[in-house]
Design a protein around this ligand. Structure first.
Ligand code: 5RP
Length: 228
């Protein structure tokens, strides 16, 4: 997706940001564009307090002068603005391509409303073409990977479950966990998969966001479409 399209989706989300808001701030290249626009608004006098969904987002906000606090200090938020890897017609999302899914979900859960910004290529009929990120505890990694495969097989889902970054240099999340990317190709029943994954002790969280997004702004060369 071109940078211009990311900026246009992000710009649409800024119209929902009001003075005094407690704001969750997402992670990823589209969220970065939102942060840049937000920083401009702050420099022109907007007063907001943000909670970043990742260390990467925290650093960018600090660099650009977006006022931040922690979720512990401000546990209830008005709005979170975040990107997504896939969106379906029910506004169910796959997130975690940037590895921040756990904090993103905790922040989304603390927010009264979630706005997603993406380009139209992220809209799919059935989720699952994008590999589903599953955040796991490093302890017993292989046992957890096998348990994930078995649970998914029971739901008719098979495919590669690979450790992000590989065994030599695994990607480590802000929470100190690893990520398994599960390439199912399609996820017809996101709720059943969510429940099955969360029953596995080594699974910390997964990138299916069900019932979180209220509005999705999808940009294309023809303009920005609002879903929800
Ligand atoms: C990070 C995410 C991102 O929001 C998602 O990967 C989309 O990123 P981008 O805007 O760079 O396409 O979930 O964990």
């Amino acid at each position: 997706m071109s940078r211009e399209l990311k900026i246009e989706a992000a710009r649409a989300a800024t119209t929902l940001v009001k003075d005094g808001m407690r704001l969750g701030i997402g992670t990823g290249s589209t969220a970065d564009e939102f942060i840049r626009l937000l920083a401009d608004m702050v420099s022109q006098g907007l007063s907001v307090t943000g909670v970043p969904t990742s260390e990467k987002t925290r650093v960018l906000c600090e660099e650009l002068g977006v006022p931040l606090t922690t979720l512990d200090a401000m546990p209830e938020l008005d709005l979170v603005v975040d990107g997504a890897d896939e969106v379906d017609g029910n506004l169910t999302l796959i997130k975690g391509g940037g590895g921040a899914l756990l904090r993103e979900k905790i922040v989304a859960n603390a927010a009264a409303s979630m706005v997603v910004i993406a380009d139209e290529s992220k809209l799919v009929e059935t989720l699952g073409k994008f590999p589903l990120p599953i955040e796991v505890n490093p302890f017993g990694l292989e046992a957890t990977r096998i348990a994930v495969q078995l649970a998914c097989k029971k739901l008719g889902l098979t495919g590669d479950t690979s450790l992000r970054g590989g065994h030599e240099a695994p990607f480590v999340t802000d929470g100190g966990h690893f990520i398994i990317d599960a390439s199912f190709g399609h996820i017809p029943d996101a709720s059943s998969l969510s429940s099955a994954l969360l029953e596995i002790p080594g699974v910390v969280e997964h990138g299916l966001f069900i019932g979180y997004a209220d509005i999705v702004f999808l940009s294309s060369p023809n303009g920005v479409k609002k879903l929800g």
